[in-house]
Unconditional design. Structure first.
Length: 97
């Protein structure tokens, strides 16, 4: 929830108007709900690319957009964790992926 509010704040800052911010947030919601391809089909070409420009300016990468998720960095959690065995190391690696 905190990540979503932070993302909305970033989108509002990146957009030129509040209407453009709302449209970009709606586009993000479509991507999350229906996936990249379906959301793209549901938007006109100019609207799609305008919303993508705002989302990218807000800090979302192409990977975030195509997956429809924003993954917070986990490095700080992994950096200081003691490893007890090779199996444990493999589990941590799978979590980081």
């Amino acid at each position: 929830m905190i990540l979503l509010r932070y993302l909305e704040t970033r989108i509002n800052t990146a957009a030129k108007t509040s209407g453009q911010a709302k449209a970009a947030i709606g586009c993000w919601a479509l991507i999350k709900a229906y996936g990249w391809e379906k959301a793209r089909e549901m938007s006109s070409k100019p609207t799609w690319y305008r919303n993508l420009a705002v989302l990218r300016a807000a800090g979302l990468s192409d990977a975030d957009l195509s997956a429809g998720t924003v993954v917070p960095f986990r490095r700080s959690l992994m950096e200081f964790q003691m490893v007890e065995s090779w199996d444990h190391l493999q589990q941590l690696r799978r979590l980081a992926a």
